[in-house]
Design a protein around this ligand. Structure first.
Ligand SMILES: O=C(O)C(=O)C[C@]1(C(=O)O)C=C[C@@H](O)C=C1
Length: 293
């Protein structure tokens, strides 16, 4: 079985893949999220693992938008991982780390450390990499530049960098969700040594145009059935200002009655509804990064 992920080696996504699937699969690194999603849509790999949401920074819009607008795949599993961001430099620059003039990382990783960066390096230049692993790799190849990467502990080990400040994320509770995506809704997600903590269903809902109270009616369809929603988020349809769709997470898998009933009610209201996945969510415990290797 081949599983693709946002690479290179030692990204947080790679860590999630290792924790969920173990070593008995072929792991394929892609340098961008769209490349990874295209690969599973084209049958090059069996599953793709991509980040969808961070507790500090919110949704990974590139993933959500690509799945909605470009490659309609399904979520067949979810991995939630603790995230610890570290500040690292080339070993040749260990003593000069406070003089770095550029910080390189994934935009989400930089955003998770804004308070630290503002306090320690006011006015420093940020450069965005396709992933934290790609940033760590770059720093390992450029000892002549006073540049630092923000990445995880495995990346420091993999690319021979020195962690000069550990745990620089601004808030203690820092977790990211990763979706396991597949071309078919009932694509059996391989079992994992991780324990499933939750069952979930994700829907995409579009509202009928210009109907007052439409969102209220949508929410009512879930409320009176006592369906607990763990997330509701709006994203632009990209068809005009003010045109949005909603991503709704329900805290249970699709059953015979309640969720089909809610979907029929929404359709009767004139909403468009698409089932994006019904799946188990798994949690990686803190410290698993040491074991995953
Ligand atoms: O760059 C990585 O290491 C990733 O796996 C991507 C990503 C993200 O897109 O949010 C994943 C987890 C962290 O929140 C930071 C970056």
């Amino acid at each position: 079985m081949k599983v693709g992920f946002l690479g290179p080696k030692a990204t947080f996504t790679h860590l999630a893949v290792q924790s969920y699937f173990g070593d008995d699969i072929e792991q394929v690194a892609y340098s961008t999220i769209p490349q990874c999603i295209d690969a599973v849509a084209g049958g090059e790999i069996d599953f793709a693992v991509v980040p969808t949401e961070n507790a500090l920074e919110g949704s990974v819009n590139l993933t959500i938008d690509y799945l909605i607008h470009e490659q309609p795949l399904y979520i067949v599993g979810e991995i939630v991982s603790p995230i610890e961001q570290h500040f690292m430099v080339h070993p040749a620059n260990r003593e000069k780390w406070e003089q770095v003039n550029r910080v390189y990382s994934h935009s989400h990783a930089i955003a998770q450390c804004h308070k630290f960066l503002h306090k320690t390096f006011k006015g420093i230049t940020y450069d965005y990499a396709t992933s934290t692993g790609a940033a760590a790799y770059y720093v390992s190849q450029h000892s002549e530049e006073l540049v630092a990467a923000i990445a995880n502990k495995l990346a420091a080990e993999e690319y021979g960098l020195e962690i000069v400040k550990a745990n620089i994320h601004d808030y203690h509770y820092n977790h990211t969700r990763f979706a396991i995506v597949h071309p078919s809704l009932d694509g059996e997600c391989p079992s994992s040594k991780l324990v499933s903590e939750k069952e979930k269903t994700t829907l995409m809902v579009t509202l009928p145009s210009d109907q007052s109270g439409a969102l209220h009616q949508v929410l009512s369809a879930f409320t009176w059935r006592k369906l607990n929603l763990s997330k509701i988020e709006s994203r632009p349809m990209k068809t005009g200002l003010g045109n949005y769709f909603f991503i709704i997470d329900i805290d249970m898998k699709v059953d015979e009655i309640l969720i089909p009933g809610a979907i029929s009610e929404l359709e009767a209201l004139g909403c468009g509804v698409k089932l994006l996945g019904t799946y188990n969510a798994y949690m990686i415990k803190q410290g698993a990064e040491k074991e995953a290797k």
